[in-house]
Design a protein around this ligand. Structure first.
Ligand code: CMX
Length: 132
């Protein structure tokens, strides 16, 4: 693992979230992107070297919709940058973590991604991301 790549925050309304985080961070998102495979609308903010990703559901099938049925808006996942996602997935499998994808999939912001089940990481949904 190289560093924390971003922190994902679940919001009900992306525009309201953008307005709040633009005020908080002093600048607006550098990108907004819909990820149809995940049924989410995302927006990304830069904070120095780090990033914040806001996530809103685009359908009831979305993991974000399910999350917000059970929880308040707030931190949804922590993403770590990796050099070689296949090698890191294999390492985590060997260590007994439950991966939520058999193979890396394409995520927002030009990344290959894989999620690790929060039941195996002390209640935190973890994402691995590798630049494409
Ligand atoms: N953080 C911590 N715990 C979480 C969680 C989250 N984000 N989402 C769910 N959980 C917990 C639930 O509270 C529940 O715990 P309890 O059993 O103690 O109540 C447990 O995980 C549920 O597990 P589950 O029944 O196996 O699964 P769910 O249907 O609730 O789905 C999860 C949870 C993590 C497997 C699913 O959300 C998932 O596959 N996530 C990965 C994909 C994703 O999150 N996509 C959206 C972001 C995409 C992007 O960043 O681009």
């Amino acid at each position: 693992m190289q560093k924390i790549e971003h922190i994902g925050i679940a919001v009900k309304d992306i525009e309201k979230g953008n307005a709040i985080y633009a005020k908080l961070l002093g600048k607006g998102p550098y990108k907004m992107e819909e990820v149809t495979s995940e049924n989410v609308l995302t927006s990304f903010f830069k904070v120095g070297e780090n990033k914040i990703e806001l996530l809103a559901a685009t359908s009831e099938d979305s993991a974000i919709h399910k999350f917000l049925e059970k929880n308040r808006e707030g931190i949804h996942h922590i993403a770590f940058a990796v050099d070689d996602i296949h090698a890191e997935m294999e390492r985590l499998r060997q260590e007994g973590f439950r991966l939520l994808n058999e193979e890396p999939k394409r995520g927002a912001d030009n990344k290959l991604i894989c999620f690790v089940h929060p039941k195996t990481t002390n209640g935190v949904l973890v994402e691995l991301c590798q630049d494409i």
